[in-house]
Design a protein around this ligand. Sequence first.
Ligand SMILES: *[C@@H]1O[C@H](CO)[C@@H](O)[C@H](O)[C@H]1NC(C)=O
Ligand SMILES: [Zn+2]
Length: 417
Amino acid sequence: MKILIALMAAVALSQAEKLRYDNHTLYRIVPRTAKMFEALKTMEEQAFASGYTFFSEVGSVNVPVDILVPPKQAEEFKRVTEHPDIESTLLNENIQEAIDNEGFRPESRAGGFGWTNYHTLDEINDWLKDLAFNYDDKVQLLVGGTTSQGRDILGVKIHIPSNEPKKAVFIEANIHAREWVTSATATYILNELLVSQDWEVRQLVELYDWYIFPVTNPDGFVHSHNSNRMWRKTRTRYSTLCFGADPNRNWPYQWMQGGASNQPCSDTYAGPNALSEACTDSLSQFIDSIGDDLIAYISFHSYSQMLLLPYGHTTSHLSNYKEMYDIGVQAVRELEAKYGTRYVVGNIAETIYVATGGSMDWVKHKFGTPIAYTYELRDTGTNGFLLPANQIIPTADETLISIKSIFRQYRERHSDP
Ligand SMILES: *[C@@H]1O[C@H](CO)[C@@H](O)[C@H](O)[C@H]1NC(C)=O
Ligand SMILES: [Zn+2]
């Protein structure tokens, strides 16, 4: 009884501390002139003070920006949207409702791990540990790094014993805390690699070593569960009010060369220096230790339905862009064939906006990894980060279809696996 009361008190406390988004409204706006673009840029810079949350960045003229507007700014924002040089669409009238409808049902957790629900960090980590126990002949539990709050970045390596050394595939997810469907997709694919009867999946797990890290920003992920569903960054304390750097603007290649902020309150704060964050610093050391073995680095983000190629600092088509573009186009064609989900393919800077200090760019540049993709998973904004849990399986399923396609095409083009 005592335990139950303590438990209820703890639950009540965590509920009370949870930030609510009642009547917060999501808009998509498109600046049609340079002047409007500049005005939006200023708004973005002052977002923390005014209470706006930018779900995407102000890239350039004619590029849409998704902005979450708190009720206290509703009047001011309405005036902005009435400007003739701005196009605006209401995406969601009340984000709290979308949060409530996301389908996260704690009561069903007792039923075990699955993909009809989103999971907490503890549940994901327990599941990884179970895998290492249940498949001890091929799954090894790994600590890929640690965080500023002392959490481990847990992952697994799948290795089917063989006489030949194998190339490795690295899957990184949930480096942005609020992008929950990314870890759900990573765990789904991990599970498929172990249980699927599909010959092509079996072949993939035989051919390569797989390193899969479902939650690479554990502190931020826990914060997005317990306190603020819209949290993106790490949780390093940078000032009285401002926490966290953007762990995907923090890697030491082209760091702070555009599309990143030097303001600690900004959602795209690059950190005081490259690898300032414990999670990126430690994970980079882990990747360093296997970097030369990598044939592929795949990073999962949401949302937008895009398959992105390096690099984020330039629209130039560097390295093996052409081949990876062609492979990507065919891969998203196969992805679309399953459920009709449409993807756009291109390099980061030309497809979304200039963004620097991302993990994929660092890996590609440092190790010359031939296959390097960043997915922006479902959807295109209707639910955004709050993708209902009943879309996890189709999202992960179509993503796996595209991954099979990528490796199939790559092997057709290169005799050596
Ligand atoms: C949200 O807006 C509705 C309609 O204006 C209002 O009745 C309700 O009290 C608001 N909710 C909160 C929590 O502010
Ligand atoms: Zn992201």
